[in-house]
Design a protein around this ligand. Structure first.
Ligand code: CAA
Length: 240
C-alpha cells in the first residue's frame, strides 16, 4: 500500500513542490495549510492532492488533523515539517508578537506535528521525518533574529529526535534551503534581494523543485541509514 505523507504548508511554494514530488514518488499525500483557502482549493483542483486546514502552532489542532488524515488516507509514515512564516525586522523594531509568531509556527509546529505522528511511527517501526530549516538558521541573517533562531532550533530538534527514532526505524533529517524563488523571498525588498543573489555562487535563486528533490531522496525506502543529517541546498551560498 502507498505510504501516507503529510506535508505542512503543502499547498504553496516549496511545500507545493514537495507534495507533488512525494505524490509522483507513489505516496498518498495530505497537504496541510493554515490560511489561504483559495490557493488550497486551486491546488487540490489542479493536482488531485487533498488539502487539510489546521494551524501547526496549535498542538490540539495538529492531533485532530492527523486523526482526520489517518481516518481518510491511512497511518502517516512520512512527515515533512515545511510550514514557515517570516516577520522580518531589525531588533529595534521587532515586537514580542513577531518573535512569538515565528517561534510558535516554525519551531513549535515541528514539535506539535512530530508529537502527533510519533506513537504511530514507533509502533509500526517505520518513519521518515524531514524538517525544513534554512541557510539563515545556519548562518544568521540581518533582520531575522526570530526566524534564524527558529530555524537554528529546527536543526537541533532534528539531531535530537533522530537519536530517539533511530532504533525504531524512524529517520529524522533536515534540509537547509538557501534563497528559493517563492512568495516568501519575493517579499524581501528588491535592493536587498539583489545584494543577496549577488552572493550566491550559482548566480540565481533556487527553484522549489530543487528542494523537493532532496526531500524525496530523504523519504525513500532505501534512505534508512541517513538520519540526523542536514542537506544544504543553497547554490553554494553557505558551505559548512
Ligand atoms: N548587513 C548590514 N547592514 C544591513 C544589512 C546587512 N545584511 N541589511 C541592511 N542593513 C543596513 C542598511 O544598509 C541600512 O543601513 P543605513 O540606514 O545606514 O543605510 C539599515 O541596515 C536599515 O536597512 P533597511 O533600510 O533595509 O531597514 P528596514 O528597517 O527598512 O528593513 C529589514 C530591515 C526588514 C531587515 C530589511 O532589510 C529586510 O527585509 N531584509 C531582508 C531579510 C531577509 O533576508 N529575509 C529573508 C526572507 S526569505 C527567507 O527567510 C527564506 C529563507 O529561509 C532563506
Amino acid at each position: 500500500m502507498a505510504r501516507v505523507a503529510v506535508v505542512t504548508g503543502g499547498t504553496r511554494g516549496i511545500g507545493e513542490a514537495i507534495s507533488l514530488a512525494l505524490r509522483d514518488a507513489g505516496m498518498s499525500v495530505a497537504a496541510n495549510y493554515a490560511g489561504n483557502e483559495q490557493k488550497a482549493r486551486e491546488f487540490t483542483d489542479r493536482t488531485g492532492i487533498r488539502s487539510y486546514k489546521w494551524d501547526v502552532s496549535d498542538c490540539e489542532a495538529c492531533q485532530a488533523g492527523i486523526k482526520q488524515v489517518e481516518a481518510e488516507l491511512g497511518p502517516v509514515d512520512v512527515l515533512v515539517n515545511n510550514a514557515g512564516i517570516t516577520r522580518d525586522a531589525t531588533m529595534k523594531r521587532m515586537t514580542r508578537q513577531m518573535w512569538d509568531e515565528v517561534i510558535d509556527v516554525n519551531l513549535g509546529g515541528c514539535y506539535n506535528m512530530a508529537k502527533a505522528v510519533w506513537d504511530g511511527m514507533t509502533g509500526r517501526k517505520f518513519g521518515r521525518i524531514v524538517n525544513i530549516g534554512s541557510i539563515n538558521g545556519q548562518a544568521g541573517q540581518y533582520g531575522q533574529v526570530n526566524y534564524a533562531a527558529a530555524k537554528s532550533g529546527i536543526h537541533g530538534f532534528t539531531k535530537a529526535l533522530a537519536q530517539e527514532g533511530a532504533r525504531a526505524g524512524i529517520t529524522v533529517n533536515a534540509i537547509a534551503p538557501g534563497y528559493i524563488d517563492t512568495e516568501m523571498v519575493a517579499a524581501v525588498p528588491e535592493d536587498v534581494l539583489q545584494k543577496i543573489v549577488a552572493r550566491i555562487p550559482v548566480g540565481r535563486l533556487g527553484r522549489a523543485e530543487e528542494i523537493a528533490r532532496g526531500v524525496e531522496f530523504l523519504c525513500g525506502e532505501n534512505a534508512g541509514f541517513i538520519t540526523g543529517s542536514t542537506l544544504s541546498i543553497n547554490g553554494g551560498q553557505h558551505m559548512y
